[in-house]
Design a protein around this ligand. Structure first.
Ligand code: NI
Length: 175
């Protein structure tokens, strides 16, 4: 397992619609393991392939809140939403590609998702609470959409300006 660098917004690779994978290969297994390692290391509750610069429809998540509980790493390949609740939920979201910035985003409170697992089989499951928010946030990534795209233009531009500044500082430190 390798911890890989996470792309920081703004980056054109975070704005792309990612391509379906279709089937599970050893390369995808390696990528999924690296994504989980990178997510837990960050630490974060979700990570999508484009955040590592891989433009494929794949994300990982683990929204287990209790640090004493066993981890529940999930790998979702070619995920899709098959049903959403009318009921909405607002969560303060953040993103590993937009460090230290948080904002309220309203989404369906429950979603049913269908995806291919690392076992090559189709899975279907209902998610609620933080799991539902995270699943939708990560699926957004696969369509080139960030949580700040759910905010007003002013707020989005303010956060983007901060990220441009942050990236400039990071580059300076590296130089
Ligand atoms: Ni994110």
């Amino acid at each position: 397992m390798t911890i890989r660098p996470i792309l920081i917004h703004p980056d054109p690779r975070l704005k792309k619609v990612c391509a379906p994978l279709g089937r599970v290969t050893p390369e995808i297994e390696t990528l999924a393991a690296d994504m989980l390692a990178t997510m837990y290391n960050a630490p974060g509750v979700g990570l999508a392939a484009p955040q590592l610069g891989v433009l494929s429809r794949l994300f990982v998540m683990d929204c287990t809140k209790d640090p004493a509980a066993a981890p529940q790493p999930m790998v979702l390949i070619d995920p899709e939403i098959v049903q959403t609740s009318d009921e909405l939920n607002t969560y303060e979201e953040g993103c590993l590609s937009i460090p230290d910035q948080y904002a309220d985003v309203t989404r369906p409170a429950e979603v049913r998702m269908r995806w291919t697992g690392l076992d090559g089989r189709i899975h279907e499951r209902d998610f609620d609470g933080l799991w539902a928010t995270c699943a939708q946030h990560e699926l957004d990534h696969l369509n080139g959409r960030l949580f700040i795209d759910h905010l007003g233009a002013m707020k989005r531009q303010m956060i983007t300006r901060k990220m441009v500044k942050l990236k400039r500082e990071m580059e300076r430190e590296r130089a």
